[in-house]
Design a protein around this ligand. Structure first.
Ligand SMILES: NC(=O)c1ccc[n+]([C@@H]2O[C@H](COP(=O)([O-])OP(=O)(O)OC[C@H]3O[C@@H](n4cnc5c(N)ncnc54)[C@H](OP(=O)(O)O)[C@@H]3O)[C@@H](O)[C@H]2O)c1
Length: 287
């Protein structure tokens, strides 16, 4: 389906008033050269939200795509949402400011929409100091809103105690077989928007529940990826599915022409399980 025939992606209003497109493109595990055509094809498909990170080692390639497609400045820039994340090894006040200068140079932008702490690293906690640098960047107009990733309630509370602020967004691993209901309930209670990474468990959930997802997809005339992504949309979650293929990028954005029945939605709720696809925030560092 072409861009103009697809329903527009809803905006999610964050607690500081900024509005983020509910669907974005993730760019993890795509090299710096390869990411440029991938981001260009996503922009052509209608994506207006790109989710990157220093740790993905491809901010230069993302920046080249934004310049090539005319999204780095002007009216088009204002229509686009760009997220990037600080490396864990660069947490701290001075090091975060220095890292941001490098990152925004690679992205060839004057500001990013969201800057995030990538992992809480509770065994080497520096998020309070890092946050002070983030606030300065926000005050300078170089970042619009401040988020975190992989924070458990105890990390959100600690950050709040040290800074007096809740992040606007917590980006966490979230998919049908790993729903993290305690984390999402805590976020809802404190007005923090939930953003699902690995929304399809990197593909593993496409055949979850012995064909449950496939059956729901077939009943709606959509793909298993669309059935799962629609479930996230109906939960009010922000999603950032990754695909390097233009056809799948279009599919992953085309989620607004059908609805799951309450029974179908509940059947996906019931797939929750104990297996994560990624890492444990208590012990992991992306470095
Ligand atoms: N903050 C963090 O710590 C963190 C951690 C992990 C991920 N993330 C972010 O979240 C984004 C998404 O997560 P993810 O990449 O781990 O997993 P994902 O989006 O759940 O799954 C991506 C995988 O599914 C495949 N795929 C995509 N669309 C498909 C479709 N319509 N049909 C069939 N297969 C499809 C992709 O293959 P092809 O590319 O070959 O199409 C890829 O192998 C990342 O890119 C990154 O931006 C953040």
């Amino acid at each position: 389906m072409s861009e103009q025939h697809m329903s527009p992606v809803p905006m999610i209003r964050l607690h500081d008033g900024t509005e983020i497109p509910q669907v974005g493109l993730g760019v993890l595990r795509i090299d710096d050269e390869g990411v440029t055509p991938v981001v260009e094809s996503a922009l052509a498909a209608g994506y207006r939200h790109i989710d990157g990170a220093a740790g993905y080692n491809n901010e230069g390639g993302v920046g080249r795509a934004l310049v090539n497609a005319g999204y780095a400045t002007g009216e088009r820039r204002r229509e686009l949402w760009v997220t990037t994340k600080l490396r864990d090894s660069e947490q701290g006040y001075d090091s975060a400011l220095k890292a941001f200068d490098r990152q925004i140079g690679l992205l060839q932008l004057e500001y990013v929409d969201m800057y995030m702490i990538h992992w809480p690293t509770p065994f080497d906690w520096r998020s309070g100091e890092t946050w002070k640098a983030f606030v300065r960047l926000r005050e300078e107009g170089r970042v619009r809103t401040l988020g975190v990733c992989n924070f458990l309630p105890e990390h959100l509370e600690r950050l709040h105690e040290e800074t007096g602020e809740w992040p606007t967004v917590n980006q966490i691993e979230l998919h049908p077989t790993w729903q993290q209901r305690e984390v999402t309930a805590f976020c809802r209670e404190h007005g923090i928007a939930v953003e699902a990474y690995s929304p399809m468990a990197r593909g593993a959930d496409l055949n979850a529940g012995n064909g449950t997802v496939e059956r729901i997809a077939a009943a709606n005339g959509v793909s298993p990826a669309q059935a799962i992504l629609r479930w996230h949309i109906e939960n009010g979650t922000i999603i950032i599915p990754k695909s390097v293929h233009a056809e799948r990028q279009r599919e992953n954005l085309d989620l607004f022409g059908f609805e799951l029945t309450p029974e179908e939605h509940a059947a996906i709720d019931a797939l929750d399980g104990p297996t994560r696809a990624g890492h444990d925030p208590l012990t992991f560092s992306y470095a």
